[in-house]
Design a protein around this ligand. Structure first.
Ligand code: PLP
Length: 396
């Protein structure tokens, strides 16, 4: 009893931050967005995806509010949406998930990862991530006192060094976290690379957390491979995805996890604890999207973004910032050494001041000291805004 009320060991007062808080910082992405809003610039920093919401999704969400779907839902989501997600996983990848026991509608893929990590990982466990990484993955793990261990991908194509992957494994490794197509590199892991990762998971008995939020953003004829489809992987793979990007509803906070029933009850419990449920009316909107949008919607989404990719790549080359060409997702990492500044953050601020275009410092996606010559540009913007941003970059 007395221990619980004793002052924190590192401070003299009980009015103190937690042990974790001093290491936590506002993400560089949000910081750039704030700065961009302040000067009224064009935000290519945050992956907000402000393209139009597909009509069935928008209309059904509004209808759902009017029909009274405004109260808590079942902790793992409404039946209609769980059925639609299970049907989508079957149709897209041939994966069988029972919508009653193996689908969790989550508050975004972000809420899904939080719930999965709470349910499956212990403090001091190690989780392997590929660098460059998505900052929320790292921060979410750290917030649970799980240790991220980085496996660097090799520039310029961000290829996987399988020996480095093996070398990063220790007796404390519990899982690998894979994001394909990846933010920020746009890398689509090849079948051979995913096979190698899956083989490590099987040999070392690890979970594989897969963030597949950009599954439909694939270019140059690539197809998304869902790692759970590989032999022996379904029972150990926690698939996370969502509607933020595909339906342009980042602010709705709606995503999902599909996984073996063995893990699902615990994940749903922790999701309930933090979020209670995903937004009720929006679940109906997303269900309508899955039910009604034809396959051409998804191919058109990829084609539209492939054209946006071409525009930003040309503008970056013209501006003297050599881009690394992304095979998927909707970000470009570009070399920004021609901009003044010692760090990527200084370079990003210079670019914003000079052109009114916000990008994110590459350092946000690497361990300390790396990524300082890179900037990340998001191209999921309406064409008019993207073209204006490209024109401004060319005037640099
Ligand atoms: N995962 C990745 C790799 C992302 O890039 C993002 C958003 O930028 C998210 C997850 C967020 O997904 P959600 O809005 O579903 O939480």
């Amino acid at each position: 009893m007395t221990r619980a009320f004793a002052p924190h060991p590192h401070t003299t007062s009980r009015l103190a931050l937690s042990e974790l808080a001093p290491g936590a910082m506002q993400s560089e992405i949000r910081a750039m967005t704030t700065e961009c809003d302040r000067i009224g610039g064009i935000n290519l920093a945050q992956g907000v995806c402000d393209t139009p919401v597909p009509a069935p999704v928008e209309e059904e969400a509004i209808a759902a509010i009017r029909a009274g779907h405004n109260i808590y839902t079942r902790l793992d989501g409404v039946t209609r949406l769980r059925n639609a997600i299970a049907a989508k996983q079957k149709k897209d990848y041939g994966l069988d998930y029972n919508p009653e026991t193996e689908v969790l509608v989550a508050s975004g893929a972000t809420g899904g990862l939080h719930a999965a990590a709470m349910a499956l990982l212990n403090p001091l466990d190690e989780v392997l991530l590929f660098e460059p990484f998505y900052g929320y993955h790292v921060a979410t793990l750290k917030s649970m006192r799980v240790k991220p261990v980085f496996v660097p991908l090799a520039e310029p194509d961000w290829t996987l060094d399988v020996d480095a992957l093996h070398a990063a494994i220790t007796p404390r490794t519990r899982a690998i976290l894979l994001n394909t197509p990846a933010n920020p590199s746009g890398k689509i892991f090849s079948r051979a690379e995913i096979e190698a990762i899956a083989a490590v998971c099987r040999e070392r008995d690890l979970f594989l957390f897969t963030d597949e939020i950009y599954e439909y953003y694939v270019y140059d004829g690539h197809r998304h491979i869902s790692p759970a489809t590989l032999q022996g992987m379904r029972e150990r793979t926690i698939v996370m995805s969502g509607f933020s990007k595909t339906f342009s509803v980042t602010g709705w906070r709606l995503g999902y996890v599909t996984a073996d029933a063995k893990w699902m009850a615990a994940m749903a419990y922790f999701h309930d604890l933090t979020y209670v449920c995903a937004p009720s009316a929006f679940q109906h909107g997303a269900a309508a999207g899955l039910e009604q949008l034809p396959p051409s919607f998804y191919t058109q989404l990829a084609a539209d973004h492939e054209s946006k990719r071409a525009r930003i790549l040309a503008a970056l080359r013209d501006a003297g910032m050599e881009p690394s060409v992304p095979a998927g997702a909707y970000y470009v990492l570009a070399r920004a050494t021609r901009l003044p500044g010692k760090t990527a953050a200084e370079r990003a601020r210079h670019l914003l001041a000079a052109t009114g275009v916000a990008a994110v410092a590459g350092s946000a996606f690497f361990r300390h000291g790396r990524g300082e010559d890179l900037l990340r540009f998001c191209f999921a913007k309406r064409d008019r805004e993207l073209d204006e941003a490209c024109a401004r970059l060319r005037r640099l």
